[in-house]
Design a protein around this ligand. Structure first.
Ligand SMILES: Nc1ncnc2c1ncn2[C@@H]1O[C@H](COP(=O)(O)OP(=O)(O)OP(=O)(O)O)[C@@H](O)[C@H]1O
Length: 309
């Protein structure tokens, strides 16, 4: 459904854009219908940049992004953009910033109606909104007619997901949507994403939180400094990480049954990168130049020879 191939992004920075920063390098992965793909990496690793390119908020500098076989670079003009956003929507970290505090929160639904369903009469539209709200676990009577400050972060986040559902979307880009929610709401929103996946929605789930990625996704893509260092079935990547960066990330998640010293000892501390041979370089590839190599079923790892990756 969604495919990225050799995608890169260079930002112009500095006074008058005289310098450049390559935020994303040669990234490739796909999201299928009913599949959740987690894009996992620390702050600044390029996750949101990838999400924004998929949502066409910024253009890719290199490579191809296709959605349902069409290159999204070719989506131009109001009509084609509108058609794209009917199928692909994003929900972001801070639900409060997506609402104008002086308007009732359900105005977001009216905006969808005005843009996509202008001919829809009030009663069927209301029924459609109520159905979307029920799908995301909200009681329409409790949220309709309320101002944003009268709703919780979790309720606002669900309103945004409900708005996306009104459009019959096929792909949801969920960028750190759990981060600002409290623990009990988090699990509800995660389970909601699970329900949407079961209904055939593809989800690109952007997170810096490994445990969330592990909980929700079928496929994990680990990003470091704008490059994919490892990708594969989530169960495989989490159970048998190969890249030292992934291994360190996993070891840095506090485990109830393991002390910090134990985790460091198991991983070999900071010297871990030198203790394994990069499978790509071991096969005669040039350090830093051989790209992802297969290390298992759907499991691929980037170069981790000294200085690369
Ligand atoms: N509009 C921009 N102009 C210039 N540089 C940018 C811009 N947006 C992001 N960057 C830089 O690109 C890199 C990747 O940023 P990005 O926001 O994609 O990372 P991230 O992994 O989503 O981080 P976070 O989890 O903190 O949001 C960072 O070095 C960031 O400073």
């Amino acid at each position: 459904m969604l495919q990225l191939q050799g995608v890169g992004k260079t930002y112009r920075i500095g006074a008058f854009g005289g310098q450049s920063l390559q935020a994303v390098h040669d990234v490739g992965f796909g999201v299928g219908a009913g599949e959740v793909v987690s894009l996992i990496g620390e702050s600044g690793s390029g996750k949101s940049t990838i999400g924004k390119m998929v949502l066409r908020l910024i253009p890719a500098s290199r490579g191809r992004i296709t959605f349902e076989d069409g290159d999204i670079a070719g989506v131009r003009g109001h009509a084609r953009s509108k058609e794209y956003y009917r199928r692909v929507q994003g929900v972001f970290q801070d639900p409060f910033s997506c609402f104008n505090p002086i308007f009732k929160a359900d105005r977001v639904f009216e905006l969808v109606r005005a843009e996509y369903f202008p001919a829809s009469a009030a009663a069927p539209w209301r029924a459609k909104v109520e159905e979307a709200l029920t799908t995301v676990g909200l009681d329409p009577g409790q949220v309709l007619g309320k101002y944003p400050h009268q709703l919780s972060g979790g309720q606002l986040q669900r309103l945004l997901i409900a708005r996306a559902l009104l459009l019959d979307i096929r792909l949801l880009v969920a960028d750190e949507i759990i981060s600002m929610l409290d623990a009990s709401t988090r699990i509800d929103v995660l389970n909601l994403l699970g329900d949407l996946k079961a209904r055939g929605l593809g989800i690109l789930f952007i997170t810096h939180d490994l445990s969330l990625g592990n909980y929700i996704s079928d496929t994990a893509v680990i990003l470091r400094r704008g490059r994919i260092v490892e990708s594969g079935a989530t169960s495989e990547v989490f159970a048998s990480p190969v890249h030292p960066y992934t291994r360190r990330l996993l070891a840095s998640v506090p485990q109830l049954h393991t002390s910090w010293e134990q985790a460091e000892a198991e991983l070999g501390g900071d010297g871990a990168e030198g203790e394994r041979t990069c499978p790509g370089c071991g096969d005669g590839g040039r350090p830093g130049e051989h790209g992802l190599v297969d290390v298992g079923d759907r499991h691929a790892v980037g170069c981790f020879a000294t200085g690369a990756g």
